[in-house]
Design a binder for this molecule. Structure first.
Ligand code: CTP
Ligand code: CA
Length: 224
């Protein structure tokens, strides 16, 4: 029997989440990628469903099952992720950018497999579009939540990103040896204009729930 539920914090809202790495092809058999399992983003998408939202998830290449109730769009490169996010952002109330978007891609993809030549190989890399910054620059855009993975000076770099990208909230976490990537536990520092909250070491599902509750509170306050 289904239990009657009270009102949930994201009832009636549409949430867009990006997750996982992006892969940038070098040739038909090689790519440059970011280290990201996608677990945090998938947990955030699941938590948003639990909070009553309609959820779309733009996922880079990950080996994860789609959370129940989530509409998933698979992409590979940063530019594909940008196109999918921009197309869905127009009718989203909240965008949570948990993806580890590759900052650079090879200037040209070789149509044939590169052969080793016995000499050093230089790859020319060009910068990818910044998806969050592009949305922030639009006159009407969803409530914007970013992530910042840093090895050092966490709060300083995260606060700087919050301001530089014009975000409503940023979730910062420390990465490095045995922290952040392919593990199920993490700690998050949430920063927003005029506030902060520390979420101590916990399962990603627990952190995702706490993050979603903070997003719901700030979004409701911003909407007035
Ligand atoms: N992001 C994005 N588009 C990019 C790069 C990053 O939307 N091309 C988003 C990420 O999903 C994350 C936030 O921006 O939510 C911060 O990403 P991060 O890599 O920490 O910041 P950068 O601005 O790329 O700065 P840097 O990597 O130099 O620290
Ligand atoms: Ca980056």
């Amino acid at each position: 029997m289904l239990k009657a539920r009270g009102p949930r914090s994201l009832d009636g809202l549409s949430v867009l989440v990006s997750a996982g790495p992006t892969y940038e092809d070098i040739d038909p058999v090689r790519f440059i990628g970011n280290r990201s399992s996608g677990r945090m983003g998938f947990a955030v998408a699941a938590a948003a469903v639990q909070a009553g939202a309609r959820v779309r998830l733009v996922a880079g290449p990950v080996a994860l099952a789609t959370p129940a109730g989530v509409e998933r769009i698979d992409v590979r490169s940063a530019r594909q992720m940008r196109d999918a996010v921009v197309a869905s952002a127009a009718d989203s109330d909240i965008f949570i950018s948990a993806a580890a978007v590759g900052d650079y891609r090879p200037q040209a993809v070789s149509p044939a497999k590169l052969k080793k030549s016995g000499k050093a190989l230089a790859l020319e890399l060009v910068q990818n579009p910044d998806i969050l910054a592009e949305l922030a620059a639009q006159a009407a855009h969803p409530f914007l939540v970013g992530f910042a993975a840093e090895t050092n000076d966490l709060e300083h770099y995260a606060r700087e990103k919050l301001e530089r990208k014009g975000l409503d909230l940023i979730a910062a976490n420390r990465v490095g040896e045995e922290l952040g990537f392919e593990c199920s536990e993490n700690a998050l520092l949430l920063l927003w204009p005029g506030g902060r909250e520390e979420l101590g070491m916990a399962e990603k599902g627990v952190l995702a729930k706490a993050l979603i509750e903070r997003v719901a509170t700030l979004h409701a306050a911003a909407r007035g």
